[in-house]
Design a protein around this ligand. Structure first.
Ligand code: NDP
Length: 452
């Protein structure tokens, strides 16, 4: 039998890659992992983690605003120190990079700090040195997509937002997806004047239509200017900042422009072609149900395959691969009812089908929804409202869609996601007692379906 340097070699030290490498090593495989940048990938370095920290920072602005209604007198208007937040964040991310490194080391994974390139179906080259492996995993993630136009080099990607200097007084965010909405909310909360410019009539494509409209209303109330049905055609430097030209010859001036216009798989320079790994027309690696690429010894997981570009999905995919290669081969990942949250202010949390998708799939659906002012805001002085919605398949009574816009929606929907995966019916929701007084209890007290 041919000897390989490694049983398993992972390209990419992000969420999927690190999880796969650790698990495989814990199952006794000889594992190598190559990462050219810091360990942790997008999620740890320029994604989920720092974004959530900044979202917490923005949340303090709301808390200060609300405090007076609850009897607190703040001695003077609180001052926000952007430099301090950046330093604090950077220290925490460095700590996490270190933790990832020591987890791999403890598991016995050989970590190579360098750019890896496939040479053939069983060989990878890192900084001029070749290593052979029985199995290879590509987990290189994605990277921001920046549309080309005159002056587009003046725009920033989300990667650059975390260390932006100076803090922008006026920020223009282009795009209407997760990243655009989250950064618009964060910088609005931190004190910038934020305009979110999107080419469609509504933000958050793919989400439930009521959620999209409700969120837009709440973001507007919170101070984000929504500029919809519009596109940027050019950027240039003007005397007072960046001049952004829009369709219909309008112009907007801003101190910073974020292009949050989607992400693309990281497949450049990996030697995919040399090894015979096929990519689709969007540049994503094509995999079968077992995450095998067109080359049987090479697998791929996470954003580089662009199935569902979420960290927990990449982790779960990694574990399926490792279980198949070195474990019992029993693990599967079901892509239905994946919960997700958008960390806007207020949050969006969702699990299962939008009303439109549920109608298309199940036909006859019942809709329950509620919009209300949370108890907190009876004294806070803020006009923020919450929205909750259940989509029920009438044939089976199963709750097939659960949607929320409101504080802590991510935390709340995570719990309900378990019930939904277990196939909870509306009757089961109805027989569940609420926890009073909470916002979440509304999900178990929705009694009357919407007419129609
Ligand atoms: P999305 O695909 O969610 O959104 C991209 C946005 O950019 C869309 O609104 C799209 O509009 C718009 N767009 C694309 N191309 C252009 C263009 N040429 N000009 C103008 N607008 C354009 O991508 P994101 O980058 O926001 O996020 C990527 C993925 O990362 C998400 O789908 C999500 O899975 C994940 N993510 C998850 C987070 C979370 O879990 N909280 C947070 C951040 C990211 P249109 O709809 O018209 O195509």
């Amino acid at each position: 039998m041919r000897h390989y340097d490694f049983d398993f070699f992972v390209i990419g030290g992000g969420s999927g890659g690190v999880r796969a490498a650790r698990q495989a090593a814990q199952l006794g495989a000889r594992v190598g992992l190559a990462e050219a940048a810091e360990l942790g990938g997008t999620c740890v370095n320029v994604g989920c983690v720092p974004k959530k920290l900044y979202s917490y920072a923005a949340g303090y602005a709301e808390a200060f605003e609300e405090a007076a209604g609850f009897g607190w007198e703040l001695p003077e208007p609180p001052r926000f120190d952007w430099a301090r937040l950046k330093t604090q964040r950077a220290a925490e991310i460095r700590r996490l990079n270190g933790i990832y490194g020591s987890l791999l080391e403890t598991a016995g994974v050989t970590v190579l700090n360098g750019w890896a390139q496939l040479v053939d179906a069983h060989t990878v080259e890192v900084d001029g040195r070749r290593h052979s492996a029985r199995h290879l995993l590509v987990a290189t993630g994605g990277t921001p997509f920046m549309p080309e136009m005159p002056g587009s080099e003046l725009a920033l990607s989300s990667d650059a937002m975390f260390d932006l200097d100076p803090f922008p007084r006026r920020l223009l965010v282009v795009g209407g997806g997760y990243i655009a909405c989250e950064f618009a909310s964060i910088f609005n909360g931190l004190g910038a004047e934020v305009t979110l410019l999107h080419r469609r009539a509504h933000v958050l494509g793919g989400f439930d239509d009521d959620v999209r409209q409700f969120l837009a209303g709440e973001m507007t109330k919170a101070g984000v200017k929504l500029h919809l049905n519009s596109e940027v055609t050019a950027l240039s430097r003007g005397p007072g900042g960046l001049l952004v030209t829009l369709t219909r010859a309008e112009q907007i001036e801003a101190d910073a422009v974020l292009f949050a216009t989607g992400r693309r798989p990281n497949t450049e320079g990996l030697g995919l072609e040399a090894a015979g790994v096929k990519v689709n027309d969007k540049g994503a690696i094509v995999v079968d149900a077992h995450y095998r690429t067109s080359v049987p010894s090479i697998q791929a997981v996470g954003d580089v395959c662009t199935r569902v570009p979420l960290t927990p999905v990449a982790l779960a995919e990694a574990m399926v691969v490792v279980d198949a290669l070195f474990g019992q081969g029993k693990r599967r990942l079901d892509y239905e009812f994946i919960p997700t949250a958008v960390f806007t202010h207020p949050n969006v949390g969702t699990c299962g089908y939008s009303e439109a998708d549920a109608r298309a799939k199940f036909g006859d659906v019942a809709i329950y929804s509620s919009e209300f002012r949370a108890l907190r805001h009876t004294l806070s002085g803020r006009t923020e409202r919450s929205f909750m919605k259940l989509v029920v398949d009438r044939k089976t009574d199963r709750v097939v869609g659960l949607h929320m816009v409101g504080a802590d929606a991510g935390e709340i929907v995570q719990g309900f996601a378990v019930a939904m995966r277990a196939g909870a019916t509306k009757a089961l929701f109805d027989s569940t007692l609420g926890i009073h007084p909470t916002v979440a209890e509304e999900f178990v007290t929705l009694r009357e379906p919407m007419p129609g």
